[in-house]
Design a protein. Structure first.
Length: 563
């Protein structure tokens, strides 16, 4: 009796502690690669507060006398009366099927999941929109099928689904020879498994759904306008190069991110959870924080953007060895060097500080450069001896030339407009030789927003893009495009993002897209910009010739379209 009461008590406590999640999420499979959520109620409130309605938005993107406006308005009215609960979150999910590109089976299930307010209205809505797709009944739900698409609903939830199958062959790794071999592609299977998948989605038990994951439940507790969930194990399955133990390394690795439209900025945050093997590697090879002096000594007052990273290069050795391809990497390096040489020795070259900086964007510069912007890459050096060993090999192959204590590209390669300068402190590369020389001298001083640089202190990665500076350098064009550019200048300010050190469970990320108008909600600012862009699209479409001829005699059955 006491044991029974104790079990009941424990069960009750655990049930009360378990975080509640929206009922829609219980239909999403645990293995889903990507899950995106939109808080429709929150977004509607922000639109109403900014005096923006769907009708006004449709007007901005169409014309009052345009049939597209009437059609869009009618579709919106129908959707509002469809029986779908637009005050509840809407979810979009993708599930990788068949092993991904690595196995040549890049198939997937796309689904949209929403809450139902009135099931009887749903059926009427489906019949009106898809009159050729008869509504059929199952024990627990109703459904309609049209081609590769299916929609099903019951009293609580409605799911729209598309199942795309693709068999393209793929590559297989042979661990004995440490090489890859190509598989022959199979014929595309035309049999559609929609009903089987839909039945599984509609009748899914909670323990097999994404809600069984504590990390996902934590994400659902975050207040946000939108959220994104990424299952890394599902993502790596789609890589075209299959690696041994790759899925195992990323098993139970997830990224959970939120997005909020605040006044003057779009703010995002993320947590990246790692598997036990990957966590062990990250803790063993923990690195330092970003070296901001790599940016601060850049000789320009017109920095358009930069990215700085800091990590322990030995982490690459740890990952490669875990994946059991270390021997293959060492073999390639030994072949290149002409003597026994390992990846571990090569990675000793790098200290772990990396930076890419772009500046002086000017499309009308007229300089003989491949790009209308100056760019520079810097990797700091840790082991001079290992660097010299590799550089001497490159010099023997006449890829680089030694000039004093510096190595540069040979003259023929420098004519391409790409320059390299390497000494015992820095590996520099860029498209402006004078800039590289000035940067190496270390006497320059960059002009960068102090607030931004302060945010990046003690971080492991940092990215900044100055949209205002970039757009100010764009020359005038046609009148309609100038209106879009002007609107963009009045809307977007800059973007900054950074990542933090691994804390034993996850790494955190923070992202901000800042707007010019700091007092206006960023969603309103975006919509106003979209309105200007939409008006430009309408004008361009109106100016396009209506008569298009198709040349049906074109070779290889490829039609040629001419005005």
């Amino acid at each position: 009796m006491r044991l029974t009461l104790l079990i009941i008590l424990i069960t009750g406590v655990l049930a009360s502690c378990k975080k509640k999640v929206p009922k829609q999420t219980r239909h999403i499979p645990r293995e889903a690669t990507i899950v995106a959520a939109i808080n429709t109620k929150s977004l509607q409130k922000k639109l109403i507060k900014s005096q923006v309605t769907i009708e006004n938005l449709l007007k901005n993107l169409t014309s009052d006398h345009d049939s597209a406006f009437d059609k869009g308005k009618k579709e919106w009215e129908d959707l509002r009366n469809s029986g779908i609960d637009l005050d509840e979150d809407m979810y979009f999910a993708f599930e990788q099927k068949g092993g991904g590109m690595a196995t040549g089976q890049a198939s997937g299930v796309f689904s949209v999941i929403a809450s139902v307010d009135d099931a009887s209205k749903i059926e009427a809505y489906v019949k009106k929109k898809r009159p050729t797709a008869p509504v059929q009944k199952e024990k627990d739900f109703s459904y309609a099928v049209e081609g590769n698409n299916m929609i099903a609903w019951n009293k609580e939830v409605i799911i729209g689904m598309s199942y795309q199958k693709s068999y393209t062959g793929g590559m297989e790794y042979d661990s004995t020879t440490q090489t890859y071999k190509f598989n022959k592609p199979n014929d595309v299977n035309a049999i559609n498994d929609l009903k089987t998948e839909m039945t599984a989605y509609m009748n899914r038990k909670e323990e097999t759904s994404v809600t069984a994951l504590p990390e996902f439940r934590d994400l659902m507790q975050e207040k946000s306008d939108a959220s994104v969930w990424v299952n890394s194990a599902g993502s790596v399955a789609d890589m075209p190069l299959p690696l041994p133990k790759l899925k195992e390394l990323f098993e139970n690795s997830y990224t959970a991110a939120t997005i909020n439209f605040e006044d003057g900025k779009i703010v995002g945050s993320s947590k990246s959870y790692t598997s036990k093997p990957l966590s062990d590697i990250m803790e063993k090879y923990s690195g330092s924080t970003v070296n901001l002096s790599l940016v601060e000594t850049y000789p320009s007052s017109n920095i358009d953007g930069f990215m700085v990273l800091a990590f322990n290069p030995e982490i690459i050795t740890g990952i490669v060895n875990y994946l059991e391809v270390g021997g293959m990497a060492d073999s390639y390096l030994t072949q290149f060097m002409g003597s026994n040489y390992t990846l571990k020795e090569f990675l000793k070259i790098f200290k772990g500080d990396f930076a890419f900086i772009a500046s002086d964007f000017n499309p009308n510069s007229g300089e003989q450069s491949m790009l209308p912007i100056k760019g520079l890459f810097n990797a700091t050096v840790a082991d001079k001896a290992q660097l010299t060993k590799v550089l001497d090999k490159l010099a023997a192959q006449q890829l680089v030339v030694k000039r004093g204590n510096e190595y540069v590209l040979n003259p023929a390669m420098s004519k391409t407009g790409f320059y390299v300068s390497i000494d015992d402190k820095n590996i520099l590369a860029g498209n402006d030789s004078l800039l590289i020389a000035q940067y190496r001298a270390g006497t320059g001083k960059a002009v960068v927003n102090k607030e931004v640089m302060d945010d990046f202190k003690d971080k492991t990665s940092a990215v900044y893009v100055d949209a205002t500076k970039i757009m100010s350098a764009i020359p005038a064009g046609s009148q309609d495009l100038d209106s879009v550019l002007l609107s963009a200048k009045q809307t977007f300010k800059d973007m900054k993002a950074y990542g933090t050190k691994f804390n034993g469970k996850f790494t955190e990320g923070h992202y901000e897209f800042r707007m010019v108008n700091e007092k206006e909600n960023s969603l309103t600012s975006l919509i106003q910009f979209m309105a200007v862009a939409g008006e430009t699209v309408k004008k361009r479409q109106a100016a396009m010739p209506r008569d298009i001829m198709i040349d049906s005699t074109a070779p290889n059955a490829i039609d040629t379209v001419t005005n």
